[in-house]
Design a protein around this ligand. Structure first.
Ligand code: BES
Ligand code: ZN
Ligand code: ZN
Length: 476
């Protein structure tokens, strides 16, 4: 999709088809108004109707909220995909209100995303989109800059979605490492990939054991983006479980389907480095991804095993399906040992079904010790449109991780509050000096959904990326 700003009145842009967002039919001509009213077009938002005489595609949108604007343009592209139309124009002013260029572009790009690597007939349309603005040279430049930034971020989101949607037979830790390596084509990006020997030498037994029964070797990926003058240093740790069978605590039936999504945290971290290096922003960002496949086999790690993690703590395995926290435990330790003076340390992970139970599946569950930091994330959530909710820690739940034979267990003795106990487990791998700089993002729900929702298509969503860039705006 190619989106360009045109500094002309909409009627002077020489393109046949126009996409129009309708808040009501009142300002339309008599015939059109009658036509749309007859089919109750405005009864709900996001109906589409193509008037072939006027060459206008109408999308109903009862409330012109940012998120609705994105969905409206998403729907427009979804409609046009199934037509012969491959170029269209949009007036930045709709219903007498100037829309945000970011919202228009996000809606369009998300609408155009398609994952058809496994379809025998692949049809991806290359749309030409023209957006009419009437601006001074200075304002045009500003809008163009904003559009370029949005396109870079959306492109990285597509990169992340492709990773998450790829199937486990095709996408295993080495492939994830290869994709990370590709990001080093961008300026100031480096990537180190460590194999199982490294994990052994560095006593990263928690992560090592999760991947032990897989025929694919585990990889610890360390991406870094280090521009010249930096405002702050941020570490992002991502769960990159390329497939989660549950291990010997095997998942059942439908519980296993879609577990290719278990690499979504790692994939979003990679997407963020992909975007930030293209945007050339003044932040040092490290992306640590634990790429591992959780399988079964004669050499698999077992419930009852006790693993010694790289920070010296011992973990009694009570469930091999709680593998993400084991991977993250060693990755978090690696980050704190190898990177100095960290300002923020975040982890992104499809960690628990319980976070879906708590928030319903469209919301990222955020946990941590700093109320101030959570406030910043809340702000970023409102700006980006990515939904977040916060879950509180308490000592009683932490007690549920007590073990009779090791320092603690990997799952709670009580299944309630599972998202919180998973996060409390992770907190044991955060050094005191970083406790208030750390946040955990459980993206199990919104990172991958087996349905279309809002402006997201079936499957991966790239959640976490837009949220992160909005967070950066707050720490400049
Ligand atoms: N990868 C899963 C969590 C998950 C569930 C992600 C649904 C996406 C959708 C994780 O490794 C897992 O299996 N967690 C267990 C933890 C339990 C054993 C304490 C869970 O949520 O059931
Ligand atoms: Zn699991
Ligand atoms: Zn998992």
């Amino acid at each position: 999709m190619n989106i360009s700003l045109i500094n002309k009145k909409i009627k002077d842009i020489d393109v046949l088809v126009e996409v129009v967002i309708l808040k009501s039919t009142n300002h339309l001509g008599k015939n059109e108004k009658e036509l749309l009213d007859n089919i109750f077009f405005m009864k709900k938002s996001f109906n589409t109707y193509f008037n072939s005489l006027e060459n206008r595609l109408y999308v109903s949108c009862l409330k012109l909220k940012k998120e609705n604007i994105k969905t409206a343009f998403y729907k427009a592209v979804q409609f046009l995909k199934n037509t012969k139309i491959d170029s269209f124009k949009i007036d930045i002013i709709q219903n007498e209100k100037e829309l945000n260029i970011k919202d228009i572009a996000e809606g369009l790009i998300f609408g155009n995303y398609e994952f058809n690597n496994y379809k025998s007939s692949k049809s991806k349309k290359d749309f030409q989109v023209f957006i009419s603005i009437e601006k001074s040279k200075k304002d045009e430049k500003k809008l163009q800059k904003l559009l370029n930034e949005t396109l870079i971020i959306c492109n990285s989101i597509d990169f992340t979605k492709d990773i998450v949607n790829s199937t486990p037979e095709d996408y295993y830790p080495q492939i994830m490492a290869n994709d990370a390596m590709k990001i080093t084509l961008n300026e100031n990006v480096e990537c180190k990939v460590f194999d199982e020997n490294y994990l052994k030498q560095n006593s990263m037994n928690a992560m090592l054991n999760v991947g032990i029964a897989s025929r694919h070797e585990s990889k610890l990926i360390h991406l870094s983006y280090k521009p010249k003058n930096v405002i702050s240093k941020i570490v992002l740790v991502g769960k990159g479980v390329t497939y989660d069978t549950g291990g010997l605590s095997l998942k059942r039936e439908s519980g296993m389907v879609s577990m290719k999504c278990d690499k979504a945290g790692g994939a979003s971290v990679m997407g963020i480095i992909h975007a930030i290096s293209a945007l050339k922003l003044p932040f040092e960002v490290h992306g640590i991804v634990g790429a591992v496949e959780n399988m079964i086999g004669g050499n698999a790690y077992k419930p009852d095993d006790v693993l010694k993690a790289s920070n010296g703590k011992t973990i009694e395995v009570t469930n091999t399906d709680a593998e993400g926290r084991l991977v993250l435990a060693d990755c978090l330790t690696y980050a704190q040992k190898n990177i100095e003076n960290i300002d923020y340390i975040f982890d992104l992970a499809t960690l628990t079904g319980a976070s879906i139970g708590a928030f319903g599946g469209y919301t990222t569950a955020v946990m941590g010790f700093s109320e101030k930091l959570k406030k910043k994330i809340e702000k970023a959530s409102k700006k980006s449109g990515e939904l977040v909710g916060f879950l509180p820690f308490n000592d009683y739940l932490e007690n549920k991780l007590e073990s009779k034979i090791a320092d603690f267990t990997n799952t709670s003795s009580n299944k309630n509050g599972g998202a919180i106990t998973a996060s409390l487990f992770l907190s044991k791998f955060i050094e005191d000096k970083y406790k208030k700089k750390w946040l955990h993002f459980d993206i199990a729900g919104p990172s991958y959904r087996q349905e279309n929702w809002g402006y997201y298509s079936y499957g991966a969503t790239g959640v976490g990326i837009r949220l992160f860039f909005r967070f950066l705006e707050d720490i400049k």
